[in-house]
Design a protein around this ligand. Structure first.
Ligand code: HEM
Length: 409
């Protein structure tokens, strides 16, 4: 985990900043746009122009495996061999040309035709979850909707049989927990769990690949299997691509839904405007991603010495690219701290442009548009539950969301 040890000049880990970092980002952008944090041990970029350029800069590597190994400290890596093999093959950690080869294959799972065929899965899953709470008049946006929705959608898009879905989601969570937070007192326990989950996850995906080779369908595993087979490649990389899609696609969407609901409820005029003008849904979704990005930072490693805005960053440095900060830069956005569902243009960096541009961006936009359209149609009287407090998450710089967001309707 990207934890704090000393008292820093800009305390990104204070509970106030984790819940609402935008004032701190503003100070950093204005006074120290290329800032080295002694306490965190990495460089932080906060200006739109610098972050966008860094995302496209081949001198910055996406291979963060050395950072992970450093973060797990004294843990015996023999305990996590299966885990390391699974995550070591994820394309999000690769640079061109290897990344380009993997990405070309992965794109074949996300064709327009495939995406359209998943639309009904998204609608039905959203309706099923809302059916469960519709008559009670209250819900927790996180527990009742945003945690289960993306995971169920991806499990179904993968074509995982219903009896295996809960296991798949649990294994992905165990793997994601060690990947996202490789430190702390429970590290050995987390590591053993993640390694066992990596074995079971890989076995299930391999079993599904064999099944789909014999009988291909329109699901994502069939499409990826066909793409690999057509190139004469073996399928060793596919479990890694599947765990990447599951975790990258699940955690971000899980956080964006409550962030978006909170933005609408704190701007009631925008909520009413969206209800009155459902045709604004696509631009509202873009604004939710800009206004309160669920992935506020992505990390890179400098392969060589780099100068950014007159500041020299030494080779080997860890660089945090502030997507959330860039998305509030007044040099790029008019009134950046205003939530405006009709904002245009809205060239936010929420999906991280560059070679690693979000593979699931079209799917995410479709999921979010269907989810919010259905929510507002079925529960137009949506409001905060004043008796039960919303709890923003307080642990990570990489994910920004809520632990709990109780609402009434
Ligand atoms: C609101 C929702 C989402 C947000 C904000 C988001 C954001 C991002 C960002 C910022 C990156 C770039 C990471 C980097 O440069 O290191 C990324 C990459 C990625 N995303 Fe998303 N994502 C979302 C939803 C999804 C969904 C639904 C899927 C798939 C089902 C997905 C799959 C991926 C994958 C596979 C990558 C890695 C691409 C590569 O390495 O070439 N994401 N996403």
């Amino acid at each position: 985990m990207l934890t704090n040890t000393k008292s820093p000049a800009y305390d990104l880990f204070s509970p106030e900043a984790l819940a609402n970092p935008y004032e701190l980002y503003k100070q950093m952008r204005e006074s120290d746009p290329v800032y080295y944090s002694e306490s965190l041990g990495y460089w932080i970029l906060t200006r739109y122009q610098d972050v966008e350029a860094a995302l496209k800069d081949e001198r910055l590597s996406a291979d963060r495996s050395s950072l992970f190994i450093h973060q797990i400290g004294d843990l015996d890596i023999r305990l996590i061999q299966n885990f390391l093999q699974l995550i070591g093959n994820m394309m999000i950690e690769k640079d061109p040309p290897e990344h380009s080869r993997m990405r070309k294959l992965a794109n074949q799972g996300f064709t327009t035709r495939a995406l359209e065929s998943w639309r009904s899965i998204i609608q039905q899953t959203t309706d099923r979850l809302l059916d469960q709470v519709q008559t009670q008049g209250y819900m927790d946006i996180v527990d009742d909707l945003s945690v289960p929705l993306p995971a169920l959608i991806i499990a179904e898009i993968f074509g995982v049989p219903e009896c295996d879905r809960a296991n798949l989601i649990q294994w992905a969570a165990d793997i994601g927990t060690l990947w996202g937070a490789p430190s702390g007192q429970n590290i050995e326990k987390l590591a053993r769990k993640a390694d066992a989950a990596a074995i079971q996850f890989t076995n299930l995906i391999q079993h599904l690949i064999e099944e789909r080779r014999r009988q291909p369908g329109t699901d994502l595993i069939s499409l990826l299997t066909i793409a690999y087979e057509a190139q004469g490649l073996d399928f060793a990389e596919l479990p890694s691509l599947c765990i990447l899609i599951l975790n990258a696609g699940h955690l971000t969407t899980t956080d964006l839904i409550p962030n978006g609901v909170a933005a609408l409820l704190t701007h009631p005029e925008q909520l009413q405007k969206l209800i009155a003008h459902p045709e604004l849904m696509q631009s509202a979704v873009e604004e939710m991603i800009r206004y309160d990005s669920p992935a506020p930072f992505v990390f890179r490693i400098a392969k060589e010495e780099i100068v950014i805005s007159d500041t020299t960053i030494p080779a080997g440095s860890v660089v945090a690219l502030g997507l959330g900060a860039a998305n509030h830069d007044p040099a790029k956005f008019t009134h950046p701290d205003q939530f405006d569902i009709a904002r245009t243009p809205n060239e936010h960096l929420g999906f991280g442009p560059g070679v690693h541009y979000c593979l699931g961006a079209v799917l995410a936009r479709m999921e979010l548009a269907i989810c919010f359209t259905t929510l507002l149609k079925r529960m137009p009287n949506l409001r905060f539950d004043v008796d039960r407090q919303a709890i923003p998450r307080h642990t990570s710089l990489v994910f920004k969301g809520f632990e709990s967001l109780p609402i009434l309707f």
